[in-house]
Design a protein around this ligand. Structure first.
Ligand SMILES: NC(=O)c1ccc[n+]([C@@H]2O[C@H](COP(=O)([O-])OP(=O)(O)OC[C@H]3O[C@@H](n4cnc5c(N)ncnc54)[C@H](OP(=O)(O)O)[C@@H]3O)[C@@H](O)[C@H]2O)c1
Length: 359
């Protein structure tokens, strides 16, 4: 398919936190037009403006206000070239399967298919090479044109960016420890009760630590020579501790890294992060950030309120890069959890897929 054509997009889970971010980003993106919206039976049949509790700081795009929300079934999404899913994981498995089996290109934010060996778990500024498994996925699942690509957990998406830059330049990493301070929007809407999060830090996000520890290995790993499966790293050990903090958007992560070989200097690390580039930039994808990584100059950055919109939310900001007395280096990073951490990554994945002829 020509990438000059505007792709018709369907959004599943359009009324949720990630769904609303899809609406904002798609409305600004010349490659897509919003063609169909889906959510639960609670929302189906209503105009979008009445079905959703709009929580974005951007205005609800005029062209979407009166679009009728449909149940999430393929027959309501005829004519869509691409399906973006911001579905709750409790329902995403069956619904997304119905869509890719109905020959739709599905880009999902849910966890259900992330760890399937023949499904790319793709942070588009990191591992577009994992699209190599799509042909095998179609063959194994008897799909003609349909396929599914997932993007990672929101915290993982920030972490893998500097790790990938370091791994590419300085060789294998041995151990990574990460402690997160995650925004409330990461829990969806209505999410965490205000009485639990105001004046507080909640030191548990159920399931999050295991997701980070597993997903990093898959994303930083490779693809088997026959293209049949992703091959996660086996030598890297990752330990994650995840906390919910009273921030609206933007996950902050404190990271310590140990290299397998001789560690580079702090200056070499800063230079490596500043110079990191990726394929979606080379291809000129609309949503690709100019700088994948911003190295913060001020010593008290990154901060969520100040840095979450770096690169329109598609860049990761890394600061406080210094020697670690236990591992080799430690730093603090910030990622916008609903942009690079969710909807923005899906959209850039779809732009890449279109440029490479998968759609
Ligand atoms: N928030 C983030 O930062 C983030 C980041 C990365 C990944 N994710 C993942 O993205 C997905 C969405 O997260 P979220 O934060 O946007 O959640 P959310 O705000 O709770 O939204 C969930 C969406 O799923 C829809 N839904 C629920 N049950 C359904 C059903 N039975 N049939 C069809 N649609 C149904 C909801 O529709 P109704 O409004 O009609 O109920 C709503 O549109 C989750 O899998 C999450 O783990 C979230």
């Amino acid at each position: 398919m020509s990438t000059d054509r505007v792709l018709k997009a369907g959004v599943l889970g359009a009324t949720g936190t990630v769904g609303q971010r899809f609406i904002v980003l798609l409305a600004q993106n010349p490659m897509f037009s919003i063609h169909a919206l889906g959510a639960s039976e609670r929302s189906a049949g209503k105009a979008y403006v009445l079905a959703t509790k709009w929580k974005m700081s951007e205005q609800l795009p005029e062209e979407v206000r009166n679009v009728i929300v449909h149940p999430c079934a393929p027959e309501h999404f005829g004519g869509c070239d691409v399906i973006f899913s911001g579905l709750d994981a409790s329902v995403a498995g069956d619904i997304e399967k119905a869509f890719f089996e109905a020959d739709f290109a599905v880009f999902s934010n849910a966890k259900n298919y992330r760890m399937h060996p023949d499904v790319p778990l793709c942070v588009p500024v990191v591992n577009t090479d994992h699209y190599a498994v799509v042909a095998g996925q179609r063959q194994a699942r008897r799909l003609k044109r349909g396929f599914i690509v997932t993007n990672s957990n929101c915290s993982t998406s920030g972490l893998v960016v500097p790790l990938k830059a370091l791994q590419d330049r300085f060789g294998a990493l041995q151990r990574v420890m990460v402690t997160t301070m995650q925004a409330v929007s990461g829990a969806g809407y209505p999410g965490v009760a205000s009485l639990d999060i105001l004046d507080n830090v909640v030191p548990l996000i159920p399931g999050e630590e295991l997701k980070m520890e597993e997903e990093v290995l898959k994303i930083l790993g490779g693809v088997a020579a026959d293209g049949a499966a992703c091959t996660p790293l086996t030598d890297l050990r990752v330990s994650a501790t995840c906390n919910r903090v009273p921030v609206i958007d933007g996950h902050t992560e404190c990271v310590s890294v140990e290299f397998a070989g001789t560690p580079p200097s702090i200056e070499e690390i800063k230079q490596c992060l500043r110079e990191y580039t990726c394929e979606v930039q080379d291809l000129g994808c609309f949503s690709a950030p100019k700088h994948v990584i911003y190295v913060a100059e001020d010593e008290d950055r990154p901060q969520p309120r100040l840095d979450r919109n770096a690169g329109n939310g598609m860049s990761v900001t890394v600061g406080r890069i210094r020697k670690c007395p236990v591992f080799h280096v430690k730093f603090t990073l910030l990622v916008h959890n609903t942009v690079l951490g969710a909807a923005g990554a899906s959209i850039l994945n779809a732009e890449y897929a279109a440029k490479k002829g998968y759609i």
